[in-house]
Design a protein around this ligand. Structure first.
Ligand SMILES: Cc1ncc(COP(=O)(O)O)c(C=O)c1O
Length: 440
């Protein structure tokens, strides 16, 4: 087979022709359980008629109107549903076409906000190693995914610096309590503010639950409260990237609800539209919107396809289904089942060092030696092998290497759709168990 599509790797992947609920169906007839929704995207599974019909209706009625002159009802309704009750003081939404575009917009909103309020000296952004915010050059510079940055390092802006992530399994010292580790990380963030000049920092950027780069790493209790407090003390904004972990994935609409804080700007994407259309967005705090509307009057940014009516119509239907069918309850129930099943199957596995996550967002980190947390030789590509073996068994999961530092470490992410049933969860874990044993 030949292909003129530039694929992600040298190999030509199998063609997926249709989808039904949790399954993808390939051209050769194989039915694959999509146990990670790609990269935690397909949150309602595949082939949902309601969403397809909403998209079709919108496409037939009015597919496009330039946002410089017009708005559209799906964009207005989507903002209303997502921002109902102004969660955490977030009052407005800017919709775009991907997570990376959302990150770019959040950085520009932060910068413009400070210019509007007369603090144009705020030009620095602090993010974290082993976090990911997208692949466009601004978002890549803000990210700490060393593997994805390496090739483009000379092109990345010096406006961004990186501090340590909160990644207890790998980086909490044996002689430290959780509280001491959080203290150390808060001290590091404070030191970075001091090094840059506290009044030159525009924002701190972090994934609330780190997604693909390290594999569903939740922060320790109190960590985000300390980060929030440091930002507030120095007048900087907190941007939370919930592209992967947000919109219900961890059991609450926003992952930050479980951290006792809220952000000034929040990037969303994957679970917003569930993959039915490319859509991302930024949820924006009222004071930022006010500063811009009462200042220069408009956000100095934009894309031709922002707030695309068909994408917004798809996302609106996704959000209506999540709420109407009370899927947050299912995420919590099936998340608990997934956690228990993973612990039962892998809790004593000599090559599974850590089982972590929240809601329907879980990862296994693989190790050569469990006691010493020694990783496998990266050349073995253990994560890829597990992916391959799982696919042979009819399950698609999301693998990643470089868990520890962009080079060393292996994990896979399991992120079933919000509609998953108990038997789906059991089948996924059973087949994944066989795949891990076969792969290692
Ligand atoms: C946390 C996070 N931020 C941003 C992005 C970038 O999103 P996109 O690939 O839609 O540009 C991703 C994608 O995986 C992500 O996981």
């Amino acid at each position: 087979m030949t292909s003129r599509v530039l694929h992600r790797s040298g190999a030509i992947p199998p063609i997926a022709v249709s989808g039904e609920g949790i399954h993808l169906i390939l051209a050769d007839g194989r039915r694959i359980i999509d146990a990670s929704g790609g990269a935690a995207v397909a949150c309602l599974g595949h082939g949902n008629r309601r969403i397809a019909e909403a998209m079709g209706r919108q496409a037939a009625t009015m597919a496009y109107a330039h946002t410089g002159t017009f708005s559209s009802q799906p964009a207005e309704d989507l903002a209303d549903i997502v921002l109902d009750g102004e969660p955490g003081g977030l009052s407005h939404a800017y919709f775009c076409s991907s997570g990376s575009e959302g990150t770019e917009a959040s950085l520009k909103l932060a910068r413009q906000y400070f210019v509007e309020i007369g603090q144009s000296q705020r030009v620095h952004f602090i993010a974290r190693r082993q976090g990911y915010h997208g692949n466009t050059l601004g978002a890549l510079a803000a990210g700490g995914n060393m593997m994805r940055r390496a090739l483009y390092e000379p092109m990345l802006s010096a406006a961004f610096s990186l501090v340590s992530p909160c990644f207890a399994y790998r980086f909490k010292r044996d002689d430290e309590s959780d509280a001491q580790y959080v203290d150390r990380l808060a001290g590091e963030l404070e030191a970075e503010f001091q090094r840059l000049g506290p009044d030159t920092v525009a924002a701190v950027l972090a994934e609330t639950v780190v997604g693909a780069t390290t594999g569903c790493v939740t922060a320790l209790p109190g960590y985000f409260q300390r980060m929030r407090a440091i930002c507030d003390r120095h007048g900087a904004l907190l941007i939370l990237d919930e592209v992967m972990c947000g919109m219900g994935r961890t059991g609450t609409v926003h992952a930050w609800e479980q951290e006792g804080i809220s952000p000034d700007l929040q990037v969303v994407a994957k679970g917003l539209g569930g993959g039915y259309q490319p859509i991302g967005g930024v949820l924006i705090g009222r004071r930022i919107v006010d500063a811009i509307t009462q200042g220069s009057g408009g956000f100095m940014h934009g894309h031709t396809y922002q707030a695309h009516p068909v994408a917004c119509a798809a996302a609106l239907e996704v959000q209506r289904i999540i709420r109407g069918e009370k899927l947050l309850d299912n995420i919590r129930a099936m998340g608990a089942r997934l956690e228990t099943a993973l612990i039962e199957r892998f809790g004593n596995h000599r090559h599974v060092g850590d089982i972590r996550g929240r809601g329907l967002f879980w990862a296994l980190e693989f190790v050569a030696d469990r006691g010493g947390k020694m990783e496998f030789d990266p050349a073995l590509k253990v994560n890829e092998r597990v992916k391959r073996e799982a696919l042979v068994r009819g399950v698609a999961i999301y693998p990643m290497g470089g868990t520890i530092d962009g080079r060393r470490g292996d994990h896979v992410v399991i992120a079933p759709p919000y509609i998953a049933t108990a038997s789906d969860i059991d089948t996924i874990v059973e087949r994944l168990g066989d795949a891990v044993d076969a792969a290692i």
